[in-house]
Design a protein around this ligand. Structure first.
Ligand SMILES: Nc1ncnc2c1ncn2[C@@H]1O[C@H](COP(=O)(O)OP(=O)(O)OP(=O)(O)O)[C@@H](O)[C@H]1O
Ligand SMILES: [Mg+2]
Length: 257
């Protein structure tokens, strides 16, 4: 049973010295069903990372609450996997050792099974040949791929991803989009995925939340249920894909007008 995420009237302000507080989030209401893939798109500074950090239990809300299933989020939950906007690898551990970290801490699998999963994900993300390197010996995009592999190793029930593929070339991004969907199909997860790329959001998601700034808020939700179920490379050529991109862009234009 994969749990839903319920966001009820979540607000967040930040104090700024000598100025009025920044309203990073006006009340946000959103329910992400168990097993649903929801993307958040919106211009820089509209509160996407702030919302994700609140859902992850890394930042308290000023008001409102987030529930995962029936549990109110008060602290990070080990069943929640997070990929941050900037890769956060431990600099003294190799790529493989970084990927094994969540298995060592949480022990969701036997050590042998954990290693098997880490190996498979390092192959998948194209990092197998770099498994013994330290993070500083990798490019930014490779570090980000290592952070993605690490988040997936413990097979989290909830996956929060903050622009995970933005540092990657288009070809690698598309391939990893397809692999991410394959992993979600294999073992259902509730996913919230932040991106600036509308095509990526349409390709991956069941729904897209369009956010607007000042104050940060959820302005529109686009339902993608009418897209063909088969989300493979062929979808990127399907007329319905372009229609949904246009619909998302129009929602954006309306919100920012
Ligand atoms: N720790 C903080 N202190 C003060 N202000 C903050 C802090 N964190 C975020 N903010 C402000 O809150 C607003 C939302 O920031 P957030 O990082 O959530 O935006 P974002 O949508 O993720 O942007 P981007 O697309 O650039 O990553 C911004 O105005 C930002 O300046
Ligand atoms: Mg951000």
């Amino acid at each position: 049973m994969v749990r839903p995420i319920t966001i009820t009237a979540v607000e967040r302000s930040f104090a700024v010295e000598g100025e009025a507080p920044v309203r990073a989030l006006a009340p946000v209401h959103l329910t992400v069903a168990g097993g649903e893939f929801l993307s958040l798109v919106g211009p820089s500074g509209c509160g996407k990372t702030t919302l994700l950090r609140i859902i992850a239990g890394l930042l308290p809300a000023t008001a409102g609450e987030v529930r995962i299933g029936d549990d109110v989020v008060r602290a990070p939950d080990p069943r929640v996997g997070i990929v941050f906007q900037k890769p956060t690898l431990l600099p003294w551990r190799s790529v493989m050792e970084n990927c094994l970290l969540p298995v060592e801490i949480m022990r969701p699998f036997s050590p042998a099974e954990g290693r098997e999963r880490a190996e498979a994900l390092l192959h998948l993300t194209g990092l197998w040949d770099f498994r013994d390197r330290l993070p500083r010996e990798l490019s930014g995009g490779m570090q980000q791929r290592a952070a993605i592999a690490r988040a997936l190793v413990p097979d989290p029930e909830i996956l929060l991803m903050d622009e995970p593929f933005s540092a990657l070339d288009e070809f690698t991004r598309e391939r990893l989009n397809e692999e991410l969907l394959r992993l979600c199909a294999e073992r259902p997860k509730t996913v919230i995925f932040v991106t600036h790329n509308i095509g990526e959001a349409v390709f991956l998601s069941d729904r897209i939340g369009v956010m607007a700034p000042r104050p940060g808020r959820l302005g529109a939700v686009i339902d993608l249920a009418t897209l063909p179920r088969q989300r493979d490379a062929g979808l990127r050529k399907h007329p319905a894909y372009f229609d949904k991109m246009a619909e998302t862009r129009a929602a954006f234009d309306e919100l920012l007008a």
